[in-house]
Design a binder for this molecule. Structure first.
Ligand SMILES: Nc1ncnc2c1ncn2[C@@H]1O[C@H](COP(=O)(O)OP(=O)(O)OP(=O)(O)O)[C@@H](O)[C@H]1O
Length: 587
């Protein structure tokens, strides 16, 4: 995730303008709602200000004037209420939900454009937190929080300013409060922002760890590896606790200081008011009105302080959303049409993962002829999977180029590029849908006959037919009753339906028993007919017949050729082959 500026704090107006930006196409409606709520708080202030003439005229016994100002006050209250109702229509009129919907759609599109490298396990937890939690924080509460803040600050300021019409000394007494609150608020805001930013970060991390933990639970239980992951999860939970304790410690004291300063300020206001009355500089009735107003303000202003922290939380969420929406995407440079031939060419390719210290692939030069089978072999971590992923533009290489049919893959749209490639992974992901729809995913327009044909060729038609609802059986209803081999054959049926000219096989049979392996191998044989095949293999015996075998070591291709030529050379490949034979004789 790109770095978020934690040191730069926005002003109140700056945050509002960011929230308006986050609302996207609903931003105009939000701006109007905020203006209406601002007007509502000003008219509320005007209604309070009417207390002065009401009380002044009451003391003079001028009943008509009293009624006149009561009606004016009522008028202001009604206007204030109308502005508030229309303003809050942003929430109850469904605009806020629409803004969330649009923002999440924008994020979904962004995810599609991001390099797959950005969607690795660790980050997917972060992105899921941004899409679910941050969008909710930033959009759902904008009106509620902004209203409380405006009524807490704009209403008292308006009363203070309007009081000048009646008694300038009392007006100054009211406005004295604000030079106290505003610097205190400005002093604390960067710390609140930082606290909320870190809270956001540790929540995202916790989200990522929880997802990984839940998804990996069956494997973890089986492999006795649960303690290690639980300790990672616990570490994330501890971090959240630490940040919360730190935040509460840092936040509570200044909050208490601000709230106490306000209370003292109000008592000072009243004291000064009484002093003016005693010195006969001010009217007793103006003083009575001031007391009512100040008591009412204490409620309004006290809600302002906690709201500032929620505002910081919203700002932190906004920064995460912005970081996501501005994350780098896979750009299509000099867009070109999809090629008609599919030979693959790596030219002097260097690649390193964002967080890696060394190159993962170094100076890769590789030609894969149309309709040929190329096997990638080598020790674990040598870069086989990374090399194969580069063909799908998992991420862009930092040096060199990769082309298909003479067209640089960076000149192809993602749809065009991915339409040419089928991948069969070791781990099969089946979506929470019916078996038929899981196969159809590869070609949404496919007819039922095409799906059945693909399933037959992938050796899975018979077991699907035996299920109570056949192809309409929901995957979710089956729990874990599908075997690894059956899941793998469904994924091969998907690839067969897609009928892409390039097939990448990422050790699809390595975790299967020999019976399943045989069925899956038959399905693979059907899939790879007349295709370019790139196969990542641990067991050399499975790729003996490949047209080209590339041996990788520390990100470099150190040998390439057929099985026979490499055996003849008696170097790296030959050593790996001999080692494999020795292991086989042990079992
Ligand atoms: N998403 C990633 N971010 C950072 N480093 C990664 C990532 N994926 C792989 N690596 C690192 O890149 C190197 C090559 O990994 P890769 O998976 O390509 O090797 P491999 O030969 O396919 O290994 P294996 O046979 O164990 O699957 C390893 O050091 C690995 O830790």
């Amino acid at each position: 995730m790109s770095k978020v500026q934690t040191n730069k704090s926005s002003s109140f107006i700056g945050i509002l303008s960011n929230l308006i930006k986050a609302a996207g196409p609903m931003g105009g409606r939000l701006r109007m709602s905020l203006i209406l709520i601002l007007l509502s708080s000003v008219f509320q202030g005007a209604a309070y200000t009417c207390f002065y003439p009401i009380f002044m005229n009451l003391s003079k016994g001028q009943t008509e004037q009293v009624w006149f100002y009561i009606w004016i006050a009522l008028g202001f209250v009604v206007i204030s209420a109308i502005c508030r109702w229309v303003g809050q229509d942003y929430d109850y009129g469904g605009f806020s939900s629409k803004a969330q919907y649009e923002l999440r759609k924008r994020q979904g599109e962004k995810l599609r454009e991001m390099p797959l490298e950005f969607l690795s396990n660790k980050r997917s937890g972060k992105w899921s937190a941004v899409i679910s939690n941050n969008v909710d924080e930033v959009i759902s509460y904008t009106i509620t929080v902004s209203s409380l803040m405006m009524y807490g600050i704009i209403t008292p300021i308006s009363v203070g300013l309007m009081t000048f019409f009646f008694d300038w000394k009392i007006a100054i007494v009211i406005l004295i409060l604000f030079p106290v609150i505003i610097p205190l608020y400005r002093w604390r805001k960067p710390a609140y922002d930082r606290g909320m930013y870190y809270l956001n970060e540790v929540h995202s991390e916790l989200n990522a760890e929880s997802i990984e933990f839940i998804q990996g639970l069956p494997v973890l239980k089986a492999s006795n590896g649960i303690d290690r992951i639980v300790s990672r999860l616990n570490k994330s939970i501890d971090k959240v606790r630490e940040v919360q304790i730190f935040g509460h410690g840092k936040g509570s004291t200044p909050n208490l200081i601000i709230t106490s300063a306000l209370e003292v300020g109000m008592i000072v206001s009243l004291g000064l008011g009484i002093l003016f009355v005693l010195k006969a500089d001010s009217n007793m009735m103006v003083m009575t009105a001031l007391m009512i107003i100040v008591i009412r303000f204490s409620e309004l202003i006290s809600s302002f302080v906690p709201m500032t922290m929620i505002f910081s939380l919203m700002e932190a969420g906004y920064k995460q959303i912005t970081a996501m929406l501005t994350a780098p995407v896979l750009e299509v440079k000099d867009q070109q049409a999809k090629p008609t031939t599919y030979g693959i060419e790596f030219k002097e390719v260097d690649f390193y993962y964002e967080d890696a210290k060394d190159k993962t692939l170094s100076n890769i030069n590789l030609s894969i002829a149309p309709k040929s089978i190329v096997a990638l072999v080598g020790p674990s971590g040598s870069g086989k999977t990374t090399l194969a992923r580069m063909i799908m533009r998992y991420a862009d290489c930092q040096q060199g180029s990769i082309s298909i049919g003479g067209v640089d893959i960076t000149s192809l749209t993602q749809n065009d590029l991915l339409s040419m490639i089928s991948v069969v992974f070791q781990e099969v992901y089946l979506f929470d849908d019916t078996i038929g729809n899981n196969i159809r995913m590869a070609k949404p327009s496919a007819t039922q006959e095409e799906i059945i044909d693909a399933a037959k060729r992938a050796q899975c038609h018979d077991f699907i037919n035996q299920l109570p609802k056949g192809y309409d059986t929901p995957i979710g209803d089956m729990g874990n009753t599908l075997s690894g081999g059956e899941r793998q054959r469904i994924s091969i049926a998907r690839a067969l339906l897609k009928n892409a000219p390039i097939v990448i096989l990422d050790e699809p049979t390595s975790s299967l028993d020999s019976l399943s392996e045989l069925a899956v191998q038959q399905a693979i044989d059907e899939l790879v007919k007349e295709k370019i095949v790139i196969i990542i293999a641990h067991r050399l015996s499975t790729v003996r017949g490949a047209d080209k075998i590339c041996v990788l070591e520390q990100g470099c291709i150190v040998e390439e050729g057929t099985h026979e030529t490499l055996m003849h050379k008696q170097e790296k490949y030959c050593d790996l082959w001999e080692a494999e034979k020795q292991i086989e004789t042990l079992f």
